[in-house]
Each structure stands twice: as structure tokens, then as C-alpha cells.
Design a protein around this ligand. Structure first.
Ligand code: MN
Length: 248
């Protein structure tokens, strides 16, 4: 099996190294990843600058672009043969519920799916980096079961690992995306020159979701596996909209 590993934390991230080591026994592993942290870049694409690729060790290439750029370059140019799967992660931090809309980690797996290669995004919840390397073998066992299966068209998998030692994990749950809102996540301040600035991020957040949601699985100490689909169409509303008889 040919495996492409990428991420949005940069090729030096411990999560990526952990994933590479974990899946090495499963096949031939290549890395094409951003040369620096590119978290929360979502599905952005670099169109107005040239991209540079640098070899950074055996089978490792670093790109001065986004995770999506990396997947496009890898599949379209850098890898000789198309990979059988694109793994993105292990992200340092959760990608639960609404996070998937902002996540560079998920976007990389999504881009692979768009290009016809199965994609799996993997994230470790919380700042529990002390557990990162310990999760490697568990992730490998999970992927060994998932990768031989065929994913339906336009579908990717979003895996989240709970912020605990893998020896304490309760099992795996197949989940739906929950929802989350951030409270007080915009900070207004003044820089040393007296100019006003705004800073998005941080603050409290609150999640909700059904018993089968990804948030609940993580909260209760399970690994969460959510199948995601590229088609965002709201089919129910489409039927109703069609009855509105819109005219020009
Ligand atoms: Mn990240």
C-alpha cells in the first residue's frame, strides 16, 4: 500500500512523526506537508504565489503552502504513483463538529477525496501532547481495519482521539458531527502604539449534539470516527425551495 501523510501543523510536528512511524509497517510512506504551522487554513489554495518544495529527509517533502496545496502537488506532480490513501494528522488539537469547516487537517483529507483518493483525518483532542506518541500503535490498529475497506464515493473519515492515555480509552464509536459555539472568543486590545486590534480565538466554548455525536464520544472517553460527505446540499430544503416557484 502507498500511503501519503500530510497535516496542517507542519512536517516537523510530533503528530505527523507519530503517524508516519505508526503506519510504516502498513506500506510505503511518503510525506508531503506544509513547511510550517498552517492550522485553521481550512481548504485554502495558493493561487497567487509560486510554491517551493524542499526535500527534508528520506521520503519527506516540505511545501511553503497550505495542506490543500500539499495534496494537490503530491497527487498531481510529486509522487510517482498515486497513493492508495491520504492520511492527515495526527493533528495537535480536536477537529470535532463545526471544527471540520475550519480545519486544514480535515481539508487535506477532503482534497484527497475530491481527487479520488481515500482520505482520513486524525486529530488528538486537547493539549495532551504527552500522550501523542502513545497513540501511534492504536491509530495503526484502527487504520489496519479501516484501510482495506472501500469508502463510498465522495466520503472521508474524520477520526478524533480523546485527551487521555490510550490505555484508558473505552473503545471506538462511529459518530455524527456535533455543534459548538464559542463564547467571548473575540478579544479587543490596544497595541504598544495605541492602535486598536482584535484577536479571534480562545474564550469559552459550549458543545451540544445527540447521543451519537463526536463531542459526546470524546467526552465519554471513546475514539470518534465520523464519516463525512462532500455533498453539502440540503436535499429536504431543496424540495421545499422548488415549491417556492422562484422567477426572474
Ligand atoms: Mn493543526
Amino acid at each position: 500500500m502507498r500511503i501519503l501523510v500530510t497535516n496542517d501543523d507542519g512536517y516537523l510536528a510530533e503528530g505527523l512523526r507519530t503517524l508516519v512511524e505508526a503506519v510504516r509497517p502498513l506500506g510505503e510512506v511518503r510525506v508531503v506537508a506544509p513547511d510550517r504551522e498552517r492550522s485553521a487554513t481550512s481548504h485554502s489554495l495558493t493561487l497567487h504565489n509560486p510554491l517551493r518544495v524542499k526535500a527534508r529527509g528520506e521520503g519527506i517533502q516540505a511545501v511553503d503552502g497550505t495542506p490543500t496545496d500539499c495534496v494537490i502537488l503530491a497527487l498531481g506532480m510529486l509522487l510517482g504513483d498515486r497513493p492508495d490513501v491520504v492520511l492527515s494528522g495526527i493533528n495537535h488539537g480536536q477537529n470535532l463538529g463545526d471544527d471540520v469547516l475550519y480545519s486544514g487537517t480535515v481539508a487535506a483529507a477532503m482534497e484527497a477525496t475530491i481527487l479520488g483518493v481515500p482520505g482520513v483525518a486524525i486529530s488528538l483532542v486537547g493539549a495532551a501532547e504527552l500522550h501523542m506518541t502513545a497513540w501511534g500503535p492504536v491509530v495503526a490498529r484502527l487504520l489496519e481495519q479501516l484501510l482495506p475497506r472501500e469508502l463510498p464515493k465522495d466520503t472521508l473519515l474524520n477520526i478524533n482521539l480523546p485527551p487521555i492515555a490510550p490505555s484508558e480509552v473505552k473503545g471506538v464509536r462511529v459518530t455524527t458531527l456535533g455543534r459548538r459555539e464559542y463564547l467571548g472568543s473575540i478579544v479587543r486590545g490596544e497595541d504598544p502604539n495605541g492602535r486598536e486590534y482584535f484577536w479571534i480565538g480562545g474564550g469559552e466554548s459550549r458543545w451540544w449534539g445527540g447521543p451519537d455525536s463526536d463531542f459526546r464520544a470524546i467526552h465519554e472517553g471513546y475514539v470518534s470516527v465520523t464519516p463525512l460527505h462532500l455533498d453539502l446540499t440540503n436535499y429536504t430544503l431543496r424540495e421545499e425551495l422548488a415549491r417556492w416557484d422562484l422567477t426572474l
